[in-house]
Design a protein around this ligand. Sequence first.
Ligand SMILES: Cc1ncc(COP(=O)(O)O)c(C=O)c1O
Length: 352
Amino acid sequence: MFSLEKIVRPNIQQLKGYSSARDEFKGIAEVYLDANENPFGILNRYPDPQQIAIKERLSEIKEVDTNQIFIGNGSDEVIDLAFRIFCNPGKDKALTFTPSYGMYSVSAAINDVELIELALTEDFQIDENTLDSYFEDEKLKLIFICSPNNPTGNCFKDETIEFILSKFKGIVIIDEAYIDFSTKESFISELKNYPNLIVSQTFSKAWGLASVRVGTAYASQEIIDLYNKVKPPYNVSTLNQEAVLNKLDNLAQFEIEKNIILNEKEKLEKQLQKVGLVKKRYPSEANFILIEVTNANELYNLLVDQKIITRNRNNLVSNCIRITIGSEKENKKLIEALQQLSVTSSEIENSL
Ligand SMILES: Cc1ncc(COP(=O)(O)O)c(C=O)c1O
């Protein structure tokens, strides 16, 4: 049986979080002399520490209670706070599947938490058979599942995720940073079935607000209360909250932009198929494509020479490069560069 009390760090369980002036008074007053702000200007007041307006809007869109939503300074904050809430530094462990998003290991290291990294199968799925012994480990507090997975682009099987959610007595964080691009449903609808589930999403990808740094976590009210207790009081600025609210007020535009990106992805996939340098293209449920080439380091540098920056993932998946879907113009530039480089490399081969 999952017990939140057994999983939370005792000092966090006992912590009385900081209560800001704006936490204690709710409503509209005439005179604010409570927070040592400057009375002049337009950005002189602290932001809403609970980001109520965003939560109310998200609650309608995602069909969850406002008290089941946490708003973070990017979903990187959701990841970092999970370590701080659940893992005793130097004692506890977390687990993830590799290759995956790099911040799990960086955050683990910052928090002095051992990260177990289990290799995905050849088709980038989780091997359920390798997990049993880890479920028994009382020091293991967190399992990160990135689906769609960065950098491979695929989603994991629902049955596998449900298997982990039901067997593991710690917290399972499903990182859905790319879910808006995917054909799969979010696991948010499963929150009622799994008290150990945290679903993390972000405004940085499909919502087009990477510079705004806003990420979200959806979980039980008890878990969200812990997040609110541990976060810095004013973790999302007023400007950033307004940027998110503007986006949430224009869902039609969000759909249009997302569909343009998905169409561009389809086009790019077809074009990559015809580029001689590309040995393999992995299927993607996200806004990027992982390709395998003969020499990723070399190709990466040749593209840099043409001022085109891709993500060299050679250290994670041998000779693979991750390409983000850009605008039509950007994608065209990439394809032209790849075609040109393919011609040059086959000319060199033929002359040998
Ligand atoms: C899988 C995954 N999770 C989280 C993040 C971080 O997103 P944010 O900008 O919300 O911090 C990224 C960013 O690339 C990502 O790829």
